[in-house]
Design a protein around this ligand. Sequence first.
Ligand code: ADP
Length: 218
Amino acid sequence: MKKQFAVIGLGRFGGSICQALAKQGMEVLAIDTDEDRINKYASIATHAVVADATDDNTLKSLGIRNFDHVIVAIGDNIQSSILTTLMLVEQGVNHITVKAQNDYHEKVLNKIGAHKVVHPERDMGIRIAHNVVSKNVLDYLELSDEYSIVELMAGGLVHGQTIIELDIRAKYGCNIMAIKRGDQINVSPQADEALKRGDILIVIGADSDINRLEQSLF
Ligand code: ADP
């Protein structure tokens, strides 16, 4: 059965989630107080309704608790975002993901029972900062305050060397989880695997160790 999603708030963030879900063939209910935004998404979402999500009865009449996953993408109006999240938690929605505007907002959302809080501007800022510091850092995924996964493009410094020669685990405390070479992906690279310029290494480790590795070899 198709998964049912509801997206509340159709700004840039909620709108792009709505579009991406619809593209993947999911059922999407789009909710916004703004009629123009609803008109824009009427042909993209499965259903699009003008409604105020802070209203308990409105959410009930939309049958919100039957949705598999509800995404709260209300932007600047932190009060509405918190109130909506609280209603969803109280109505027993299974999965609630909420976009936070700042750390304080994130803290409140976690406290009241949001299942996942995302911080797209902050996360994208971190990723871009890593990417601009070294053009060989392709992507960056924060796992926790301390640990991350990073995609590094092999350049001249590592070309021709094997994993054991580079000794990344002992010298930098990081692990190479996989190597992407063209269309191929090797998920358990052997120690005698020689790297080539253009290989993409997927590395996991502590942020400080990854920084040292980036600065020394990439
Ligand atoms: P972004 O930063 O992602 O572009 P915006 O602040 O532009 O976010 O968009 C947030 C959307 O959420 C707006 O379209 C706004 O009309 C909608 N919104 C705000 N409050 C509510 C509410 N109580 N119920 C439903 N939608 C809301």
